[in-house]
Design a protein. Sequence first.
Length: 147
Amino acid sequence: MMTRQALTDLILEKKTELALSWADIASGIGLSPTFVTSACLGMNSLKPEYADKLIAILELPTEAKAAIQACPTKIWDQVVPTDPLVYRLYEIVGVYGGTIKELIHEEFGDGIMSAIDFSLDIDREENPAGDRVVITMNGKFLPYKSW
């Protein structure tokens, strides 16, 4: 049986070998590039019909289907990341996390933003002073219940 890490390594190898972008792969599957990339990196799973498309696009072995459909264990390093781009996102949450929390609570009440009923989009905004990265997180508000 293929492990999730072995599958991720193989996906990255095939993506490079076939000179495909995440957008190319996602387009062929019929899902967003963000979700497909996350599944390929082991943080989400694909339903059978999407797994079949991924296998075809990347010319993966049949045992990849079970691995890409398996429920992932969503664990990440709990240390401060050192990759500059990932660190900046970590820094943004560190600096603005409390602010985001306060503003969400003020607008919606006591609760959280779902990371299950959720979408994430990454876009480019052209700007004469230097192109901008636009990250849009869109999650359902889930109020805490009293019981």
